[in-house]
Design a protein around this ligand. Structure first.
Ligand SMILES: [Zn+2]
Length: 184
């Protein structure tokens, strides 16, 4: 079985390594090239624009590009479906109190796989493909994207560790690049 099913084998050079590392030859080679032109801008770890952006892990989304940001400007958090989980709150509390974040955007997107299935369907799909029973996991699938976004924005707003934090929610259109705020 291919060691990394997410990258078509045809898109990668033949592996020269039988360990897990061999599955990353392409990106490690790219990093070697990256280092040649990299120059350290001396950025601090704080978010230069005081912004945190939570968005989906969808590979079509460029969180910096879609908001005119550059490295150093914002803290970027990503979860499947842009859901606000306990770990997102953990990161936001750290980002606010230690790393300069003073405002938060939660950005879902069109054509999100998390809004196309419920947890039971995902569990069934995994069981059919692998025989594994994944029901001990909660995937936080989305039945109603607008309602989920309102819920998640409110979850950040109501954190006792993030008092008076400006938080908005929006949807990124993967076909047009537009971000439409829907929870303000
Ligand atoms: Zn998504």
């Amino acid at each position: 079985m291919d060691s990394n099913p997410n990258v078509p084998a045809a898109d990668r050079p033949p592996s020269t390594d039988s360990t897990a590392r061999g599955a990353f030859d392409d990106v490690l080679a790219a990093n070697t090239a990256y280092q040649r032109t990299f120059s350290d801008p001396g950025l601090p770890g704080r978010a230069g624009k005081g912004l945190a952006v939570l968005t989906c892990m969808d590979s079509r989304i460029d969180p910096l590009g879609m908001l005119g940001l550059r490295p150093g400007d914002a803290k970027i958090l990503r979860t499947a479906g842009a859901r606000v989980t306990d770990d997102v709150l953990r990161s936001l509390v750290l980002a606010h109190h230690l790393l300069g974040v003073e405002r938060v955007m939660v950005i879902a997107h069109t054509d999100c796989g998390m809004a196309k299935a419920d947890d039971e369907t995902v569990h069934d799909a995994i069981r059919r493909r692998t025989g594994m029973d994944s029901r001990s996991m909660d995937f936080h699938t989305i039945a109603d994207q607008k309602r989920a976004l309102e819920h998640d924005v409110q979850r950040v707003r109501s954190s006792p560790y993030l008092p008076s934090m400006p938080v908005v929610g929006g949807v990124y259109d993967v076909r047009t690049g537009a971000v439409l705020l829907t929870v303000t």
